[in-house]
Design a protein around this ligand. Sequence first.
Ligand code: NAP
Length: 244
Amino acid sequence: MSMKCALVTGGSRGIGRAVCQKMSAMGYYVLINYKGNETEANKTLSLIKEVGGNGELLRFDVSNKEEIKSVLGNWIEKNPDNYIEVLVNNAGIKDDGLMIFMKDEQWDNVIATNLDGFFYTTRMVLQGMLMKKYGRIINVVSLSGLKGLPGQTNYSAAKAGIIGATKALAQEVGRKGVTVNAVAPGFIKTDMTEGLDEKELQSIIPVKRFGTAEEVAHAVGFLASSEAGYVTGHVLSINGGLYS
Ligand code: NAP
């Protein structure tokens, strides 16, 4: 019997973990991708199993196209009856610095993980969706990719790149029953925002607090639902009113 599968990149922690839990609650067998933190990835899987869901870990570095090809490609080959119906491109990193001081590696790594990771992962999963004439692709971008933030030329460029690709791909695959959307979080409480001063920043956020990973996952769940079939090429901000 075939299973409904959802792949979440960067599912070991933060927003990705909450998205994995949401996908599981929606009845998906969850492929939990991560880069290196196996303990946390296993914790995500345990949380899913505790409430009656199921899934497996799929370790690959989204910035490495050869790894994507071998690990994800291998999974797809070995599971001909189970196609990935939902893909959430969530894995991401930031490495901030003013552009004048930014090192080559800071630019390269941030672009490779966020933007190249989106391209190579999505291209691999797309074929199954097109053949089955159904799919949901949700890209986790950022306020930084919409507005641009100082100190984040690399990250803003990568996220803005994904936003452009979201809109372009949505037009390529709409007639095949595949939707492509993005969610753009503002400040969300995860490891990524750990060093930030919430007390100071909340004064500029209309709802006066950081968001939670679960609030982002809820929006991803909507875009991943079959009922959202007429929403595509859209970027949904989840930022407490900070920017629109
Ligand atoms: P996080 O807590 O730092 O978690 C990052 C996740 O991405 C981890 O699961 C990590 O895996 C994975 N990852 C990192 N590099 C990877 C790679 N090369 N290959 C595979 N997996 C990789 O981050 P988060 O705050 O949840 O952010 C998730 C997404 O939301 C990112 O795309 C981020 O840019 C975006 N976002 C976050 C915020 C925010 O305020 N938190 C705001 C806007 C956008 P390991 O555990 O194995 O390291």
